[in-house]
Ligand binder design. Structure first.
Ligand code: GLA
Length: 387
């Protein structure tokens, strides 16, 4: 990203050159631990080196003017700090507007407005958390512009709250956590129940992370995500008749197997099985990685995909085609990543095989699905910050 160009665009649009600050927050890819973050389980994401940039400057009045180079057709969106509410017509800008509202509601002193220009290099709607990156880049921007005394974990929580309460997407905390707390060359093992976390170096010696985009657009606010959440909540209630647990993440596989009969609905039983097994699988995968057993890590990624396909039912033909093609083309491990229903897969591939891998998987996908997939060979970057 050319920062000078962005600053130039900012001054063209909003005038003046004084008082400009620049910020960045990354997207994320989750290596394993899917649909566990609202079930009190573990996740294992890492921040990407691409994400959303923001150029911003404080104003003396109460106007907030927002422009995104990713949504130029919407032009400059203007709101007043005294009346911040969700508005369909504001489209993408509801994310930053929601952040300001959540900060103010929490008592942080954001009393004047600001001008901001965003530009992101994450594909939108691909499941790589472009929205979390807008939330986090807005958080760090508010912190710097208004000299707020707030730490990153708090900003992560406020970003999730903006998405839950303002935008109305009932997401867990993984995406915001990864975007805020990311560390170069490390993945993060996060216990979403306690928010305890540990950085794990990804020894990429000879191993490359390849993301493949189905290019099938998915909408998180779509009912399916919230439907899975309530299926898990129902299953938990059924188990709580006899078990003293506060989330599905409290269960081992053995304990779940012994009590799953309490869940009347077969569908809810399978959803809960995924949540319990995926959480345990995430812990096993991180142990394998720490022990240098990348092969086992890959096998657990594959098992994660099968569980998301068969028990959780969030994959679909596009994701399955990419993953099966990856398995056939010597991926160490491959699975869907993010919410599912379209979006991306993540594969671990031996460095010297990446070129052939992308070519083969791309061909198989296009032949079967009728349009192309996109591939990104990614680097793991740092979390949200002023730059
Ligand atoms: C989306 C949500 C996350 C998480 C994943 C599935 O990315 O925003 O909180 O639930 O789906 O693991």
């Amino acid at each position: 990203m050319n920062l000078e160009m962005l600053i130039h665009d900012f001054t063209n649009r909003f005038g003046g050159e004084e008082g400009i600050m620049t910020f960045f927050a990354p997207g994320r890819v989750n290596l394993i631990g899917e649909h566990t973050d609202y079930n009190g389980g573990h996740v294992f994401p890492c921040a990407l080196s691409f994400g959303t940039y923001a150029v911003a400057r404080k104003r003396n009045d109460t106007k907030i003017r927002l422009f995104s180079k990713n949504f130029e057709d919407f032009g400059t969106i203007e709101v007043d700090i005294s009346s911040l509410s969700y508005n369909d017509a504001n489209d993408w800008a509801n994310y930053p507007i929601g952040m300001v509202k959540i900060f103010r509601d929490a008592g942080y002193q954001v009393e004047s407005g600001f001008d901001v220009l965003y530009d992101g290099n994450i594909p939108n709607g691909a499941g790589l958390s472009s929205s979390a990156s807008i939330e986090l880049v807005t958080s760090v921007l508010l912190k710097s512009l208004y000299n707020l005394d707030i730490d990153m974990i708090e900003m992560v929580k406020m970003s999730q709250r903006a998405e839950n309460q303002f935008v109305g997407v009932n997401c867990g905390i993984m995406d915001q956590f990864a975007s805020g707390m990311g560390k170069k060359d490390h993945a993060m093992l996060l216990d979403t129940n306690t928010l305890k976390y540990a950085y794990v170096p990804i020894k990429t010696k000879g191993i490359t992370i390849v993301i493949a985009n189905t290019n099938k657009r998915r909408s998180l606010s779509g009912s399916k995500y919230n439907e899975r959440r309530s299926e898990c909540e129902n299953a938990l209630k059924a188990l709580q008749q006899e078990l003293e647990i506060s989330s599905l993440g409290d269960l081992t596989e053995e304990r779940f197997d012994a009590y799953q009969h309490l869940i009347q609905s077969g569908i809810e039983q399978r959803r809960a099985r995924h949540a319990v097994y995926e959480n345990q699988r995430t812990l096993k995968a991180v142990n394998a990685l720490n022990a240098g057993n990348i092969q086992l890590f890959g096998e657990l990624m594959n098992a994660s995909h099968i569980s998301l396909r068969d028990d959780y039912e969030v994959t679909g033909i596009e994701l399955d085609t990419l993953v099966e093609a990856a398995w056939e083309n010597e991926a160490i491990g491959s699975r869907m990543t993010g919410a599912g229903f379209g979006g991306c897969t993540v594969s671990l591939v031996h460095e010297e095989k990446v070129h052939k891998f992308i070519e083969n998987v791309g061909n198989i996908y296009e032949e079967k699905i009728g349009y192309k997939a996109d591939f990104y060979v990614v680097a793991i970057g740092d979390g949200a910050r002023q730059i």
